[in-house]
Design a protein around this ligand. Structure first.
Ligand code: UD1
Length: 368
C-alpha cells in the first residue's frame, strides 16, 4: 500500500484535493489516502461548508493552526506537520496550489526525505509581492513530482531548470471538481433565494492584499462597482479579510450607499458555482475563478496587474484589467453590449485530471 498524506489548508485547496482523494479511494487496494487539514482557514464558511459540498471525508488530522503573520502561520504549520509525518510515516505527501500550507508542508516533507508531489505546479505571476508567488517558487523548487495545469507552467519549470522527468502536464484538478459537481450546483437554491435570474447580475469577489489592504486600489475597484451596479445587480460574497478592511478603512458608508450591491457572507462551493454559471460576468482577483469562468465560458474581469494563469486570458474568457476604474468600466461595457470574446477550454481540462495523476503516481511509486 502507498500511504499518502493529502494536505489542505485554505479554501482554494479543498476543491483541488477532493477529486484526488476520490480517485485514490477508488483504488483502495493501492492507496491509503489521508486528509491532513492545517486549519489555515477555520471559519465554517471558509472550510466546513466545502467539506460538506465536496463530499470530502472529515480530515484524518486537523492541526488547528488558524491565522497569523506569514512567518507565524508557516512556522506553526511546519512544527505540527513534522509531528504528523514522523508519526504517520507516509510514502508521499501531496500539496496543492500556492497557499502558506502548501509551502510549509512541502518543506517539512522534503527535509524528512518524503517524496513531495505538487499539484498545480509551475504557475508564475512574476510578481514577488504576492505571497503566493513565493509559495509557488519554494514548493516547486523542492518537489519531487510536478503536475501542471497549462503549457505556461511547463515552460516556466523548464526555464528554471527542473528535470523534465519530474514534470507532467495533466490538466486541472479544480476543473475536475467543477465538472463533477456542476449539475448538482445548478440545483442549488441560491438564485431563487436571492431572487436572481440568469444573466441579470454580475458576481464579485475580492481578497488579495494588494487590492483590499491598499486603500487606493480598493477605492478604485469600488468606484467601478458603483457604476456597474447602476446597470445590474452586483452580488458580492465577502471574504473575512475584505469585510474587516471595509471597516478598518472607513469604507462602510461608500459600500452601503450602493443600493444594487448585495453583500453576503462567503458562500459554499455549490452555491458559488451556481452563481458563476448563471451570471453575466465576474469581477474578481481570485486565481481559481479565472479558470472556472474560462471553463464555463463566462466573461471574467481580473482586477490584478498580472496572472499566473495566462491561458485563461490567451484562449479563455478572462481579461487582466488591473485596478484602474476606467479600464474596468470599459471592459464591463463590452460585456454588457455582448461584444466579449467567446473563449475556449484549455487542453486536458476535461474532468479526468485526478485519474491521470493517480496513474502517474502508481507507475512511479507502486509498479517499480
Ligand atoms: C489565503 C491564501 C490565498 C487564497 C485565499 C483564499 C496564503 C498566503 N494566501 O489568503 O492564496 O487565495 O486564502 O481565501 O496562503 N480569516 C478568517 N477566517 C478564516 C480564515 C481567515 O476570519 O477562516 C481572516 C483572518 O482575519 C486572517 C485573514 O482572514 O487573518 C486572512 O487569512 P489568511 O489565511 O492569512 O489569508 P487569505 O487572505 O485568506
Amino acid at each position: 500500500m502507498l500511504k499518502v498524506l493529502n494536505v489542505v489548508g485554505a479554501r482554494p485547496n479543498f476543491m483541488k484535493i477532493a477529486p484526488l482523494q476520490r480517485a485514490m479511494q477508488n483504488q483502495k487496494d493501492i492507496f491509503d489516502a489521508k486528509i491532513i487539514h492545517t486549519g489555515q482557514h477555520y471559519d465554517e464558511r471558509m472550510s466546513k461548508f466545502f467539506f460538506d459540498d465536496l463530499q470530502l471525508p472529515k480530515p484524518d488530522v486537523f492541526l488547528g493552526i488558524g491565522s497569523g503573520s506569514h512567518a507565524v502561520q508557516t512556522a506553526k504549520i511546519m512544527i505540527e506537520f513534522e509531528k504528523v509525518c514522523l508519526e504517520q510515516k507516509p510514502d508521499i505527501v501531496v500539496v496543492v496550489g500556492d497557499v502558506n500550507s502548501t509551502a510549509a508542508c512541502s518543506m517539512v516533507a522534503s527535509k524528512l526525505w518524503i517524496p513531495v508531489v505538487h499539484i498545480e505546479a509551475g504557475l508564475r505571476s512574476f510578481d514577488r509581492q504576492m505571497p503566493e508567488e513565493i509559495n509557488r517558487m519554494v514548493t516547486d523548487a523542492i518537489s519531487d513530482m510536478l503536475f501542471v495545469t497549462e503549457k505556461s507552467g511547463l515552460e516556466n519549470l523548464q526555464r528554471e531548470g527542473v528535470d523534465p522527468a519530474k514534470i507532467h502536464l495533466v490538466g486541472n484538478v479544480m476543473i475536475d471538481s467543477l465538472v463533477y459537481f456542476l449539475e448538482k450546483a445548478k440545483q442549488s437554491a441560491i438564485l431563487k433565494e436571492m431572487d436572481l435570474s440568469q444573466q441579470s447580475y454580475a458576481l464579485c469577489t475580492l481578497h488579495r492584499p494588494s487590492n483590499v489592504d491598499d486603500p487606493k486600489n480598493f477605492v478604485n475597484i469600488l468606484n467601478a462597482l458603483e457604476e456597474i451596479q447602476k446597470e445590474l445587480k452586483v452580488i458580492f460574497p465577502i471574504h473575512p479579510r475584505t469585510e474587516k478592511n471595509i471597516k478598518d478603512l472607513g469604507l462602510q458608508d461608500k459600500v452601503k450607499a450602493m443600493k444594487n450591491l448585495v453583500l453576503l457572507p462567503p458562500t459554499g462551493y455549490l452555491d458559488f458555482l451556481n452563481l458563476q454559471a448563471n451570471c453575466k460576468f465576474v469581477i474578481s482577483d481570485s486565481g481559481g475563478i479565472q479558470e472556472e469562468t474560462t471553463y464555463l465560458g463566462i466573461p471574467c474581469l481580473t482586477v490584478r496587474e498580472n496572472t499566473e494563469r495566462p491561458v485563461t486570458s490567451e484562449i479563455g474568457t478572462n481579461e487582466i484589467v488591473g485596478t484602474d476604474t476606467r479600464k474596468i468600466l470599459d471592459s464591463a461595457r463590452l460585456i454588457l453590449d455582448n461584444k466579449w470574446k467567446k473563449g475556449q477550454v484549455p487542453p486536458l481540462w476535461d474532468g479526468h485530471t485526478a485519474e491521470r495523476i493517480v496513474e502517474v503516481l502508481k507507475k512511479k511509486f507502486y509498479d517499480r
